[in-house]
Design a protein around this ligand. Structure first.
Ligand code: PRX
Length: 647
């Protein structure tokens, strides 16, 4: 790993909201006197009923619970909209860029957004949606996605966004799990010049979801789609008759705000539940400090709203802070690899926040795609979703930012709500590849596999010992699973699932997942999920999926497949299985390699030895460790001999 250091630029140290001394002082306060610290930070919101109690949190089994600001009431949509109207009603809230560069941008002011949200909230109510009801959103990256989220929040409904790249089956599973009765979608999505049949996917999904009685359909491309009378409503026709005023519901701080499904070690994605008050404080505070955000600046987080990054840094964090947030419908390399930087120039983007996988892909295309744009507006860059390799970091810094922009490499998770370990641009000297230091209120610890706390420069499992306001509050519909998944591996501590190194300067270096989760292009996939999709195919007897290093995606998907006895595996079957997984889960789960395996390495008790499969996938076969405990050690030699030669 590179140990280069980029010191805080002088101008940043002088002008940033938080410099090094201030960071040290506030961090100490945040962990030594959390109640005092958070009582103060929570004043950034408008509360309808002020809270008196800051937190009641415990990670111990006996009195387990996570509650923040629990006797306060607020409405997060009102914090994103209403309170800005008097001071910046005509300022731009959302700057939208189409997938198609020839389509005009949209500029939506806070006042317009407020009216749209109220109308849509009234439409939801007219369809019978109220407090606590779940609403599934399956939408492209258009301003209406933010409108739908905020409309749910305004009336106290819980949104569950399903990334529009997921298959009808994956969508159906998520609708059923949270019991939504209403789905919001579009006729089609548009990505990289290709159309995505969203409404058709919803129709297919709904053949499994009998309880859905309303589908609101946004016209995005104008494609001719089937509309089911009584059930399906055209968005614009639906809102036309609705008033542009809708009083925000007073929500308790601990009332649910959203559910977002994410992958874990087990087969079924879990519905991560976030609540209102703590999440709002956490999203807003981190957006302000991590990005040194000042009102009026143009902020662009290039994530899709289908992921947590889009929730916290396209919508909630920026809008609570009265920012102008850029929403981009397209992809980084279409129509050509300078698209991101063209959009930066077009809007005068000052802060850009993206994923390492996109940077690696763009880096490969050559510097001239970047250099043909000006990027003179950029002052700060961010990275999120997976470890950023030092080469990509240096390229981002030198070529995109022309050496002038600090890079904040933010480590966090769907479960943590917002950024947890991250540099602050005016406070932290940067080390490429390190997420660096904990955010206020975050208490990281490294432990060994027995839970022994490791001190100083060391490497171990990353745990967090204190609660923070944006922490997830539960797994939807499965309260036991929350405690089981996160708090039993190391009792009394939140286990992140990540491995991590800490250097002599106290910098944290995330080394990647140590559970059966892989990170493909910054998207989290459970190996068990892909395995269950594979074994659902009639030709497959058994499957084992592991991650493998991938130059662009970070990790690729490597699947070992044992076919049924009567099936002769061939190229046609390999292709069919790739298609099958895409159809079952979605294109993001496309296997990079399928290796047919006559047998898998198993212990005598039948447990698959993934450690060995990982090594073979990584082509690290010289040091496989002890294989003598396998039921049939000879399968290993066969797997090595049959390993496909990868480019
Ligand atoms: O392994 C870590 C990796 O992504 C995981 C969380 O994925 P997800 O819930 O989809 O959230 C992604 C967006 C916040 C983590 O457990 N990860 C995320 N950010 C980083 C990272 N790994 C290294 N460095 C990061 N900056």
């Amino acid at each position: 790993m590179s140990e280069a250091i980029h010191p805080v630029p002088e101008a940043w140290a002088k002008n940033a909201l938080i410099n090094a001394d201030r960071y040290a002082e506030l961090y100490r306060q945040s962990v030594e006197d959390p109640d005092g610290f958070w009582r103060q930070e929570a004043q950034r919101l408008d509360w309808l009923t002020p809270f008196t109690r800051v937190q009641r949190t415990s990670f111990d089994e006996a009195d387990f619970g996570i509650r923040w600001f629990e006797d306060g009431a607020l409405n997060i949509a009102a914090n994103c909209l209403d309170r800005h109207l008097a001071v910046r009603g005509d300022a731009i809230a959302i700057l939208w860029e189409s997938d198609d560069p020839s389509e005009p941008e949209r500029r939506i002011s806070y006042r317009q957004l407020h009216a749209e949200v109220c109308r849509f909230a009234n439409l939801l109510k007219a369809r019978g949606v109220g407090r606590g009801d779940r609403v599934t959103l399956y939408l492209p990256m258009v301003p209406e996605a933010a409108v739908a989220m905020l409309a749910c929040a305004r009336i106290g409904a819980i949104h569950s966004i399903v990334f529009a790249g997921f298959s009808p089956d994956a969508l159906a599973g998520r609708i059923l799990d949270c019991g939504s009765r209403l789905v919001v979608t579009a006729d089609e999505g548009l990505r990289g010049g290709r159309r995505v049949p969203l409404k058709a996917n919803v129709d297919e999904a709904l053949t499994h979801c009998r309880d859905v009685d309303s589908v609101i359909v946004l016209r995005r491309t104008g494609a001719d789609v089937a509309m089911q009378a009584g059930r399906d409503v055209d968005w614009h026709e639906g809102v036309a008759s609705q008033p542009a005023e809708c009083p925000p519901e007073a929500m308790n701080a601990e009332d649910p705000l959203f559910i977002l499904y994410t992958s874990g070690s087990t087969g079924k994605p879990k519905g991560v539940l976030h609540t209102t008050g703590g999440y709002a404080v956490w999203a807003s505070m981190t957006h302000q400090y991590v990005f040194d955000y000042r009102p009026g600046q143009i902020f662009w987080c290039a994530a899709d709203i289908g992921w947590v990054t889009g929730h916290s840094y396209v919508v909630y964090g920026p809008l609570i802070n009265g920012a102008t947030t850029v929403m981009f419908e397209g992809v980084p390399n279409w129509p050509d690899p300078s698209r991101f930087w063209q959009v930066v120039d077009k809007f005068g983007v000052e802060i850009f926040y993206g994923a390492p996988t996109a940077l690696r892909a763009l880096m490969r295309e050559g510097d001239h795609w970047v250099q043909k744009t000006r990027r003179s507006s950029l002052r700060l860059l961010g990275s999120v979703g997976e470890p950023i390799n030092p080469e990509a970091w240096e390229w981002y810094h030198r070529v995109v930012g022309e050496g002038r922009c600090p890079i904040v490499d933010t480590w966090w998770q769907t479960e943590t709500g917002a950024a947890m370990i991250t540099p602050l641009p005016g406070a932290t000297d940067l080390k490429p590849g390190s997420a660096s230091k904990p955010m206020f209120g975050v208490a990281p610890q490294l432990v060994d596999s027995e839970g022994k706390v490791l001190e100083g420069a060391t490497e171990g499992c990353l745990v967090l010992t204190q609660s923070w306001p944006g922490q997830m509050r539960g797994v939807w519909g499965d309260p036991e699973r929350f405690f089981q998944t996160y708090f039993t591996t190391f009792p009394g501590k939140y286990f992140t699932g990540d491995g991590c190194r800490r250097d002599a300067d106290g910098y944290y270096w995330i080394t990647g997942r140590i559970d059966d989760v892989i990170n493909v292009s910054g998207h989290r996939m459970g190996t068990a999920e892909i395995e269950s999709a594979l074994v659902a195919h009639e030709a497959v007897a058994e499957a084992a999926v592991v991650g493998m290093p991938h130059a662009i995606k970070g990790q690729g998907i490597y699947a070992y497949v044992t076919t049924n006895a009567e099936v002769e595996p061939d190229e046609a079957l390999r292709r069919a299985l790739v298609q099958w997984v895409r159809h079952e889960i979605g294109p993001i789960a496309t296997p990079d390699v399928i290796q047919f395996a006559p047998g898998l390495p198993k212990t005598r008790s039948g447990k698959i030895m993934r450690r060995i499969l990982r090594k073979i996938a990584e082509n690290e076969t010289s040091n496989l460790g002890d294989i003598s405990t396998l039921a049939d050690p000879s399968v290993v030699a066969t797997l090595i001999a049959d390993r496909p030669q990868l480019a």
